[in-house]
Design a protein around this ligand. Sequence first.
Ligand code: ADP
Ligand code: ZN
Length: 526
Amino acid sequence: PAQPPAPEARDPRQVLRRVFGYRSFRGPQEAIVRHVIGGGSGLVLMPTGGGKSLCYQIPALCRPGLAVVVSPLIALMEDQVEGLLQAGVRAAALHSALSAEQASGIWGAIGSGELDLLYVSPERLLGGDLLERLGEHPLALFAIDEAHCVSQWGHDFRPEYIQLAVLAERFPAVPRLALTATADPRTREEIVQRLELADGRVFLASFDRPNIRYLLRAKEEARDQLLHFLEQHRGEAGIVYARSRARVDRFAADLRAAGFDALGYHAGMEAEQRSATLQRFRNGSGVVVVATIAFGMGIDKPDVRFVAHVDLPKSLEAYYQETGRAGRDGLPAVAWMVHGPGDIPQLRRFIDDSEAPEAQKRIEHGKLEALIGFTEAAGCRRQVLLRHFGEDLAEPCGNCDGCLEPQARVDVTEPARKALSAVYRTGQRFGAAHVVDVLLGGNTERIRSLGHDGLSVYGIGGELDRSQWRTLLRQLTSAGYLQPVPEGHGGLRFGAEALVKPLLRGETRLELPLPPPQKERRRSRA
Ligand code: ADP
Ligand code: ZN
C-alpha cells in the first residue's frame, strides 16, 4: 500500500523530485502549481505533451483533502490512475464501468482520507448525489481536464461540461483549475466565462513547436507530389492524412507499390486490424500510416518524423493537432501539405450538408476561412499559426516555406486600404462575402435594404475580381489587419491599430503574394 506523502515532501519541488522523479519544472508549471497551492483558480493553456497533468497532480499532493479531476474519457483516466499508482500516489477513477463494490471501496478510501486524487467523468460528477457526498469531505481542488469541451466554438463540445459551472457556486473556497491544449482566444474566452474563472489567472505556455518545419505546396498531382516528398524521408516513421476512406486505401496502395512500408487506417476497418496497425507503427521503424482523422487518439510515438496532408484539414486547430504528432522528441520534423482551391468547395459542402444547427455551421465556416487564410498567407507560416492561438512571434521563424522560399509579392496597398475602408464604412460587423459585394458594387437584397449602395466605398473595387478580394481579406486577417468579430458569425472588424492606422493614413505600404484573377487562372489551366 502507498504511503501518504511525508510532511516535508509537501514542498512542490520536493514532490516533483521524490514522487515524479523529475529534476525541474517545465515552462509555467511551477507558477501554476504555486498559484493553486495558494488557493487560486485559473486556466492552463498548454500544447499536448506540455505537461498539464503535473499542474494539478502536485497541488493535489501539497494541499490537504481530496483532489477531484474531471476527465471526459475512461481510457485517459485509467492511464493516469495507473501511472499515479506506480508512483505511489493514492488515486482512483470513478466511472460507469465500475462495479458497485469497486465504487464503495473508493468511497471508503475517501471517507478515511486515504485518497489523494479522484478522477470522474462529468456525467458521473453531476449526476446523482456525488457532489453532495464530496461536499462532506475536505477537498484540495477541482481540475477540469480537456476544458475546451465546454466551448461550442471548440472542436469537441460536450453539453455536460456546461453544467460544471455549479462547481464555482457550490464550492467557492475550493480552487478550480481548467486545462486544455486548445488555445485560440475565442475558446479561451468561452472557457473562462462558462466555468466562471474570471477571477482566476490564465497561464499560457507557448504553442510553438520550433523543431517542426511547415512546408505548404500548391496541389497539382497530390500522389506524385507525395511520392516525391517521401523519397527524401525513406526509412522514417510518418503519417499521411487524407480526407476519405477511399483516398486512404488508394494512397496506401500507391505507397506500397513504391516500396514504402505503408499501412492504411480508417474507421471502416476492423478494430483488430486498426490496433495491429497502431502496434506496427509504434514499435516498427519507418512505418508510414495513411489515415483519416480517425487516427489520432493515443499516438504518443516520439519519433514521428513527418506528418503529410494530401487534403486540407477542416480547421487550423485540427491542422495544429495533427501536425503536432510530429517531432515529439524535439528532433527536426516536417509538416508537409498540398492544398488547392479545389479542396474548398467540398469542405464547404460538408459543413452545409451536416446535421449541425445553423449557428454551428457558421462557426465551422469561420474556422475553414481561418485555415484557408493560413494556406494563402504571405510570409512566415508559424507567425500566422501562432497568431491564431493568440501568440505573437516577433521574428519570422526561418523554418517554414514562407521563410525559406519567399513568393513574389505585389503591392496591394491601395486595394488593402479600400478593403479596410469597406469594413469600416459597413460598421465592422459584416463577413467577407458582403464586404466584397459592396466593393464590387453588387446589387444584392442585403445591400439595398442596408442602404450600402449609398456608401462612398460602394463599387470602388473593380481592380480585383471576387476571388482575389476574398483572398486579400483572408490575407489581411491572417496578417492581423482584420480580425473576426467575437461571436460575430464570420463578421470582420479592424485588427491591431498599430497595423491598420499607418496603412489607412498612407504611411506604410503592403506587399502580398496575390494570385492572378480567377478567369485567367482557369484559362491558363485549360
Ligand atoms: P499533457 O497532458 O499536457 O499532454 P502530460 O501531462 O501527459 O502532458 O505530460 C507529457 C509528458 O511530459 C509526460 O511524459 C510527463 O511525464 C512529462 N513531463 C511533464 N512535466 C515534466 C517535467 N517537469 N519534467 C520532465 N518531464 C515532464
Ligand atoms: Zn517561418
